[in-house]
Design a protein around this ligand. Structure first.
Ligand SMILES: [Zn+2]
Ligand SMILES: [Zn+2]
Length: 145
């Protein structure tokens, strides 16, 4: 369970798992896409100002990752080390919505292989990759169709 995985990281920072922090983490854990501060606040019933502060703390602690949306403000998800699966993002440049998508094993193998080949001689040690695809979501694309 993610909340349990997060406990050592919180302890390291001497941060307690308060009810508000627990509520914010639970929303991020169960979200299927990166969420804005307002969305986290609404879903967790934590006041917006508190959600804003908690998200900033959790980003500082490396537990939550900020996802650059194209519009509508920063979005947040559990950092990959604390989430249960590796995924990529589709970013709509019109409305700013960010959707998760699962890469195929073939895509992951291709990325690892090509990145390894390109960086092989540089001495750079790869920990993970981020791969976002930008475009227009179905709703935004249909407006112009
Ligand atoms: Zn859109
Ligand atoms: Zn990947």
């Amino acid at each position: 369970m993610t909340t349990a995985a997060v406990l050592p990281a919180l302890a390291l920072r001497e941060m307690r798992l308060t009810p508000h922090r627990r509520a914010v983490l639970a929303v991020l854990e169960h979200g299927h896409r990166p969420l804005t501060t307002d969305e986290v606040a609404a879903a967790s019933t934590v006041p917006v100002s508190t959600a804003y502060r908690i998200l900033a703390e959790l980003v500082d602690a490396g537990i939550v990752a900020r996802v650059a949306g194209a519009a509508g403000g920063d979005r947040h998800e559990l950092a990959e080390a604390f989430s249960d699966h590796h995924h990529h993002h589709l970013v709509c440049t019109e409305c700013g919505i960010v959707t998760d998508f699962d890469p195929s094993p073939a895509l992951e193998r291709l990325i690892d292989k090509e990145v390894g080949a390109l960086l092989g001689s540089t001495g750079f040690v790869v920990s993970h990759h981020v791969f976002d695809v930008r475009g227009r979501c179905r709703e935004c694309a249909s407006v112009d169709a």
